[in-house]
Design a binder for this molecule. Structure first.
Ligand SMILES: *Cc1c(COP(=O)(O)O)cnc(C)c1O
Length: 461
């Protein structure tokens, strides 16, 4: 299996190359030359497999040129050692709503499911190659903590995490900034998540800078994360789904990583009918699916901060598929986005996207109401991101159907939202204790040269 960029199919890369690079030099996203298609027997076999075995099975299809089967098995088993749930994920059914709990990892959000695998892959590859790298990543709150937990105390890695200053929850920030490890550098940028993501992309495409520091990326554009996230779509299907004819996933969406994994699972043969793109008030994707126009607007802070995003990077991969690998067209759309601040999807393409995806948006008031209603009926507190994925129940096409809702974080990470919705104070679980923990981070202006200088001087000392 070779990989190409969404903007250039001429250059081919190995799994190892795209794993370390994250983003292509041409600004495009890496994708496999084709999606491995499971046959019926292989899909049936998933029933007998554990979460780790499914993950191994799928990863092997995409990384055989880089990992031996045994090696990969060890990587995946180590990755899931620290999960608090034996089966890694769990599904709880409440009437027609099936909550897919993805937050049993060390930092209480679904990001751990993929990031722990990446942590072990980096460890193995860097030891083998005797390389040292610098990981730089932007976070809307949860990626950073997951990455720090996965990469701490690795002497072959320095990791810099850029978060938007004062725009993530205290719990999210403390999970990052109180981790004691010499290889971790937290930076709070005076800006929003899109600013952080833009800084990281600029550093990537500045080849002299990124080469100098051996830069690598673990944002949700990293193909390894996508593959890891396909696992739970397969797992849910094979273990929990009764009616195989009508499989609908509703997915809280920001950078389109988690839901894109669902799209990949579908391409690989999983019979998914619809993927619901659930957004908060930052609803660029809903607007785009309704009108065809992709136009980032100002990011508004919401009760679901991990989705406060207007530039949804992984969407480029979907466009590539629905434009049937027409890289010229992708280059044109992305040039329009850069030069004019928007692009428009052709009508026939949009029609096909809409066959597979539906979209909703959810205001803060609606998030509170959904959390409250769900609590009143089921006595269960859901987190504000997960709440956005229940908005689709207002739609009469969906309100009686079995719905698989990705529960992307534990509610205790967002005490302010829960207080607002339910007027109760949430407690952190016992395994998290911030008393006496000292926070470590630098606040920097949203200015590329300041950030670069900071990174260079931090590494050299
Ligand atoms: C990151 C995140 C999302 C959005 O996931 P994407 O892959 O960026 O679409 C949703 N909910 C939570 C809790 C998150 O941390």
């Amino acid at each position: 299996m070779k990989y190409i960029s969404t903007r250039n199919s001429q250059k081919k890369f190995s799994f190892e190359e795209i794993f370390f690079k994250g983003l292509a030099d041409d600004g495009g996203l890496f994708i496999p030359e084709y999606f491995y298609k499971l046959n019926e027997k292989e899909i049936l076999n998933l029933k007998e497999m554990s979460f780790q075995e499914i993950s191994h099975f799928i990863f092997l299809k995409y990384s055989r040129d880089t990992f031996e089967s045994d090696e990969l098995y060890e990587i995946i088993n180590k990755a899931y050692k620290n999960f608090r749930c034996k089966n890694i994920i769990n599904v709880n059914k409440h009437n027609n709503i099936n909550l897919v709990q993805l937050f049993h990892g060390p930092t209480l959000a679904f990001k751990d499911v993929a990031m722990q695998v990446l942590g072990q892959m980096y460890k193995s590859l860097l030891n083998k190659n005797k390389r040292k790298i610098t990981i730089i990543t932007a976070t809307s709150g949860d990626t950073g903590a997951a990455a720090i937990n996965a990469f701490k105390d690795n002497e072959n890695i320095n990791i810099f995490v850029l978060h938007p200053n004062n725009k993530i929850s205290d719990v999210q920030r403390k999970l990052m900034t109180t981790t004691k490890s010499k290889n971790i550098f937290n930076i709070a940028i005076e800006g929003n998540f899109d600013d952080c993501q833009k800084l990281v992309k600029e550093m990537f495409v500045d080849v002299s800078f990124s080469k100098k520091i051996n830069m690598s990326g673990v944002n949700s554009i990293n193909w390894g994360r996508i593959v890891a996230q396909t696992t739970y779509y397969f797992y849910v299907y094979s273990k929990f789904v009764k009616d195989k004819n009508e499989l609908i996933f509703s997915v809280p969406t920001g950078n389109f990583g988690d839901i894109y994994a669902g799209h990949v699972a579908k391409k690989m043969g999983l019979p998914i009918n619809k993927l619901i793109v659930a957004t908060n008030q930052n609803n660029i994707l809903e607007r785009c699916l309704n009108t065809g126009k992709y136009k980032p607007e100002k990011v508004n802070e919401s009760l679901s901060p991990s989705m406060d995003i207007q530039v949804s990077s992984n969407f480029e991969r979907v466009l590539y598929d629905y434009y049937k690998k027409d890289e010229k067209k992708i280059n044109e759309l992305m040039k329009n986005l850069k030069d004019k601040g928007e692009f428009t999807i052709d009508e026939n393409v949009l029609k096909n996207i809409r066959k597979d995806f539906d979209a909703t948006s959810c205001s803060d008031d609606e998030i509170c109401k959904i959390i409250k209603d769900f609590y009143n009926i089921n006595k269960i507190v859901i987190d504000p991101h997960t709440a956005t994925a229940l908005k689709i129940l207002n739609n009469e096409n969906y309100n009686k159907k079995e719905l698989y809702v990705l529960e992307t974080a534990h509610h205790c990470k967002f005490p302010n939202a829960i207080k607002k919705a339910l007027n109760i104070n949430t407690k952190l679980p016992d395994f998290i204790d911030f008393t006496d923990a000292k926070e470590n981070f630098d606040v920097l202006d949203n200015e590329i040269n300041i950030v670069k200088d900071h990174i260079l001087s931090s590494i050299s000392c």
